[in-house]
Design a protein around this ligand. Sequence first.
Ligand code: SF4
Length: 342
Amino acid sequence: MSSIRSYIRANGMTSLLEVKDLVIKFALRTGEVTATNGVSFTLEKGERLGLVGESGAGKSVTGFSIINLISKPGYIASGEVNFLGEDLARVSDERIRSIRGNRISMIFQDPMMTLNPVLTIGTQMTETLHQHNPQMSKAEARAIALDKLRKVYIPSPEKRLGQYPHEFSGGMRQRIIIAIALLTDPELIIADEPTTALDVTIQAEIMELLMELCETEDMGLILITHDLAVVAQVTQNIAVMYAGSVVEKGPTAQVVADPQHPYTQGLIAALPQSSGHGERLNQIPGMMPTLKNIPPGCSFNPRCPHVMEVCKQQVPSLRSGKNSNLAACHLYPPEKDNPSAR
Ligand code: SF4
């Protein structure tokens, strides 16, 4: 993927998505808090990127901000969300509505939150299509709905169109959500913890399906999850978030095999497969700071086994670690004007 990126940059081509220095704030009655602090990452067409971190790291709010779905009192204070060169942080409400659910689709954790329990799957799918294209005939909408159900391997799709959400298992419901997300042939799918509510075998099936669809439909995918094992299975690149900032990014295989940031190292050491049989699971001591209590300097410093004096005073910028991963950590020398640190 890095060679694709180099090619795209060298030829002046536009990335599918370029998030630049994104700062999201929440204006609370007690004062403003910063939810993301200068988040930057790039996604190319057909690329799968994992946004990983514990709860409260800022990954979901980053995902929602791409389609301008941050609920008030949250807002984008600064930065850019360039989707094929168009800054979605600055377009009109009408323009973002024409992109959201059309060229960019979102998949959420709980299918029952997305599906309407009193409407058949067929009605929900054809209504979605008519919202985006009121001119479309009923027959055409039904044919597209059937095609998408086949793409996500729903058996007997003609019969299933007439059924209600409660008549499907959890895994089947998530397949239907993916089929609905595909209805408008989006260029990008943002999936927020799409398999957390499912058991492990169904989880693996859904992830394989998402990977296959990204390849066959040439879609980009941002997979938001706390689960590094899932990201390792599905994505090519990864951005690890902590307390509202990206603290490490690079090719997934390399980040998982040779993490550079102490937080990523802690996350990987905490995976069950990192502990021997019968051993206690490793954990990162302490808790993620709340938005009101981000410590000065490196936000990870109270939990870091390598903390130094400088860590308590200066916020580390992203820089190369011992491999080509970028890590925001004072253990490595800073790089000035490093465009790849974006
Ligand atoms: Fe640890 Fe310092 Fe690196 Fe932060 S900057 S992760 S405290 S070594």
